[in-house]
Design a protein around this ligand. Structure first.
Ligand code: PEP
Ligand code: MG
Length: 927
């Protein structure tokens, strides 16, 4: 039997169904579904996506068998519409549209009004008594067809602005000017008829071919051109960005034309079954009287609101509700039916032809983050969907949007984009450009809003970064200092914008042929990585949004894996708890030496670093001790008994050497040494490869007294809290380890100091756990032995990625984009975990670790702990928890819930396929 390539719909019937999106494309499947629901859909047929594949297989030729199937389908449409295609008296006109599996808005081609020829035009004029409408429709057909079929599909690439469509548009403009008309609607019938004649000549002249005057030739031309538009430039780029596979192909939908431009009882509109910006359960949309669909979308005329309840401020156009109450009522009933049937917000297109309503399209509507969350929660409440489905519908980016003020999407569309970088810190920000951290602080003190622009940032910029509303850097990757810090604060940040040229001395930046000076306004979209000229309007985020809270509660019920936060201050700890963190997975001790209030401890740390003898160092450490203890105590207190993983000092010491002349003098004075001697000691700390140098546990091995001071601070802080009737659960974590003996070495100090502190406070035991980061490949391979000493592992996937790939985490901005562009890497491995490389090491680490210590607690504290796909991976490999910056905690909770739902689905799928379900229900391991 011949393959079925054509599926008809109309008259309350359809050969296809809504579930057949793969075969019929989204548009075709939903048209079939609407017809089945008995909605007024103009009859038509869908040529399948399989045929598209076949078309390309045959070298862009249609199989002969298709002719028979199309003719049969055409006869069905003619019967349903009581009109004949090509009939000189009352001709049926057709549209020809694309429709892939997932929507690719505006990326492929459409041809409308197919069937208008020298023979059918007089008949349709006589029938409608509306010659103006007919000539206008013919003009539109020629414009679209010559462009889409005769030029683009024929592979003609005209010079800039010399395409046939532009030449026809220019002719229209010329006629309008000659006649002194502002709008097309002011042209007379004679003007339009003459214009059509002129169009024919232009087409002949530009393309060397006459415009086809045969309806079937037009139909086949349109069909082939739509299939060809699947491989048009726009479509290919869009597919690459959206990750849509090229082999899917598009369907072609041929449908009877209905006209919204037949006079004042005709109209056309676009609507959403719920508000796509806010999620409010109100019918929302726009319509235009006496117009065709493209007029609404093109934004040439100001559309009218659908109803009074959603009338925008200042809009005085008549609503459909008032102007055509009967049609509005019918449309509203259809809206209710579609919203319930599809169990999701729909984006619909409709046309009213002389008072009769037709539905042209329905599809799942695109929505903002707050709307996505609001609709999901509301649909669960009204039992349209289950929590499992709600959780799968909201994307990580959408959830992020809920929490951060964002650029107004309309303002963003209209703005001039200056450059694109990596989306390092979420949300949006608009501010005046400053070039130094000091300026950022000073300008903010004067009440200004600033964006700090740097070539790259380093820890000394931290005050300026804190003060600025947003941060933009030319260099750096997703785990660069700026990105890490910004995300931790939930601050908008774009890094690694390679096209940005920062001229610090001249206080200017150059990008996209523009020069931006100090004090000029720019706007950042940190969720997408875009930089715009000017001050764009912002829309606020909503942490206390009740929908958000309910949605997160749904996620928590479903997820199996715990979520903690990376937090270094009591304020961050409080924020983390507010966002639902069940503990701190990484407290980076060194962060207490950055930023406001850190001057004193930093000075003391510097003294310690520049000490020459053990005694000198010990004296400095004694001085530092109260600061470290106070800081740790405040964070333990803020977490009120929830586990806090405190990591011992990690960075190479030279990072703390003062750069500023005054600071150096003060330090030298305090140490009683000359500036030269200080410089000598600082120089001795310099390393060629500091990231692989004297850092992490290596400091503790060389200077056990540095570890001891920190460990004592941890135990005393915990003991003091417990003695005061509070709770505290510290977990001591050793960074940058690669051998179990390093752990044994440090554990000895931990045990000794524990006993001393317990004795001092009259306690039997101060509760704690002892564990290690796994961030060097060797540590993962040695995990079996490491677990003999460590009670927990935390994967530091920033360093583990760096050391597995041999890519410097601070310099990837320079080359990783090329790796992605060339298809060598699917994504930035510092952003999304490299499951096949770094992930394999993690699996080995967990397996070997748990073989030694079955109860080994395992988490992750690299930046991947807040990335959707990476969190799912952590769930699958059986981790206890993920830890990420506070603002990403909700995303991690959502990702964990999605992972659990996917697990259950996969297990059910296996059971359903007759195979024994091997995916056991994952044990509860929230911690
Ligand atoms: C890591 O390496 O993944 C980590 C969390 O530590 P840091 O980013 O501080 O090196
Ligand atoms: Mg690390």
């Amino acid at each position: 039997m011949a393959t079925k390539w054509v599926y008809t719909f109309g008259n309350g019937k359809a050969e296809g169904r809504g579930e057949q999106k793969e075969l019929l494309g989204g548009k075709g499947a939903n048209l079939a579904e609407m017809a089945r629901l008995g909605l007024p859909v103009p009859a038509g047929f869908t040529i399948t996506t399989e045929l598209c594949t076949e078309f390309y297989k045959r070298g862009k030729k249609l199989p002969g068998e298709l002719t028979r199937q199309v003719e049969a389908a055409l006869a069905f449409v003619e019967k349903a519409m009581s009109k004949k295609f090509g009939d000189p008296k009352d001709p049926l006109l057709l549209s020809c549209r694309s429709g892939a599996r997932s929507s690719m808005p505006g990326m492929m081609e459409t041809v409308l009004n197919i069937g208008l020829t020298s023979k059918t035009i007089p008949g349709i004029i006589a029938k409608t008594g509306n010659p103006r409408f007919v000539w206008d429709s013919y003009r539109r057909l020629m414009q679209m067809y010559s462009d889409v079929v005769m030029e683009k599909a024929a592979g003609i690439e005209p010079a800039e602005d010399m395409g046939v469509r532009r030449q026809l548009e220019r002719e229209l403009e010329r006629v309008k000017q000659a006649k002194g008309c502002k709008n097309d609607t002011e042209l007379t019938v004679d003007d339009l008829q003459a214009l059509c004649e002129a169009y024919k000549q232009i087409i002949q002249r530009v393309l060397g071919k006459s415009f086809p005057d045969d309806p079937m030739e037009q139909l086949w031309g349109g069909t082939k051109a739509v299939f060809q538009s699947w491989n048009g430039k726009r479509a290919i780029s869009y597919r690459r960005i959206e990750g849509i596979p090229g082999h899917w192909g598009t369907a072609v939908n041929v449908q009877a034309m209905v006209f919204g431009n037949m006079g004042t009882s005709s109209a056309t509109g676009v609507a959403f079954t719920r508000n796509p910006a806010t999620g409010e359960n109100k019918f929302y949309g726009e319509w235009l009287i006496n117009a065709q669909g493209e007029d609404v979308v093109a934004g040439i005329r100001t559309p009218s609101p659908l109803n009074e309840a959603t009338r925008p401020e200042g809009n005085t156009e008549p609503s459909l509700e008032k102007a055509m109450p009967k049609v509005y009522k019918q449309l509203h009933a259809i809206r209710d039916k579609l919203d319930k049937h599809f169990r999701d917000m729909q984006d619909i297109e409709f046309t009213i032809e002389e008072g009769i309503l037709y539905m042209l399209q329905t599809r799942t509507g695109k929505r903002t983050g707050p709307a996505a969350v609001g609709i999901a929660v509301d649909m669960v409440k009204s039992k349209l969907i289950k929590p499992e489905e709600a959780v799968m519908r909201v994307g990580a980016g959408q959830l992020d949007e809920v929490l951060h003020p964002v650029l107004d999407p309309n303002a963003e569309k209209a703005a001039k984009k200056l450059c694109t970088g990596l989306p390092a810190g979420p949300g949006g920000a608009a501010g005046q450009v400053v070039f130094t951290a000091n300026d950022a602080v000073a300008w903010v003190q004067q009440g200004k809003q600033v964006i700090l622009v740097r070539e790259e940032t380093n820890p000394e910029d931290v005050e300026g970064m804190r003060a600025a509303l947003g941060i933009l850097t030319a260099r750096g990757g997703m785990t660069s200092h700026a990105a890490l810090v910004a995300r931790g604060w939930g601050k908008c940040c774009v890094v690694g914008a390679g096209d940005l040229h920062v001229d610090l001395a001249g206080r200017t930046i150059h990008m996209a042929g523009e020069t931006v000076r100090e004090g000029d306004w720019i706007s950042l979209n940190g969720t997408r990585g875009n930089v715009y000229k000017g001050k764009l309007h912002m829309v606020p985020g909503a942490e206390d949004n009740p929908n958000f809270k309910q949605f997160m509660a749904m996620c928590d019920k479903l997820r199996k894996i715990g979520v903690r936060a990376n937090a270094d201050t009591p304020e961050d700890a409080a924020k983390a708890r507010q966002f639902g963190a069940a503990g701190i997975g990484l407290f980076r001790t060194e962060h207490m030496f950055y930023g406001k209030g850190a001057e004193e401890p930093l000075f003391k740390l510097r003294k310690m670093i520049h000490a020459k003898s053990l005694d000198e160092r010990k004296a400095a450490l004694d001085d530092l001790f109260p600061h470290v203890k106070a800081d740790i105590k405040a964070t333990l207190e803020a977490m009120d008994g929830l586990p806090v993983t405190i990591r011992l000092l990690d960075p190479p010491l030279h990072e703390f050497v003062p750069q500023n002349e005054d600071e150096r003098k003060r330090l030298a004075g305090s140490l009683g040494i000359s500036l030269e001697e200080l410089a000598k000691r600082a120089d001795a700390l310099n390393e060629v490869n500091p990231m692989m140098g004297h850092r992490g546990v290596r400091l503790g091995i060389t200077y056990p007294e540095v570890s001891e001071m920190q460990i004592r601070a941890i135990f005393e802080a915990a003991a003091e809290l417990i003695k005061a009737g509070r709770k505290a659960m510290p977990e001591i974590m050793i960074p940058v380890t690669c051998d179990p003996k390093e752990l044994t070495n440090q554990k000895k100090i931990v045990e000794r100091v524990h006993d001393e502190v317990a004795k001092k406070f009259g306690m039997k035991k101060v509760p704690y756990l002892f564990g290690t980061m796994i961030e060097i490949p060797r540590a993962a391979l040695q995990a079996g032995k490491m677990a003999e000493v460590a009670e927990f592992f935390s994967f530091g996937t920033n360093d583990l990625t760096q050391m597995t790939f041999g890519f410097s985490r601070d310099d990837v901005g320079g080359f990783v984009p090329d790796y992605i562009k060339n298809g060598i890497l699917p994504a930035d491995p510092f952003q999304t975990l490299d499951q096949s490389g770094v992930g394999e090491l993690m699996k080995i680490g967990i397996k070997r670790g748990r073989a030694t210590r079955p109860g080994l607690k395992v988490g992750i504290c690299g930046e991947h702990g807040g990335d959707l796909e990476s969190v799912k991976f952590c769930h699958r490999v059986g981790m206890n928890y993920v830890s990420c910056s506070p603002y990403r905690v909700p995303i991690a909770r959502l990702a964990a819930a999605k992972a659990a739902v996917e697990d259950t689905k996969a297990a059910k799928g296996k059971a359903g396929s007759g195979k024994k379900a091997s995916a056991k229900k994952a044990p509860a391991r929230k911690k």
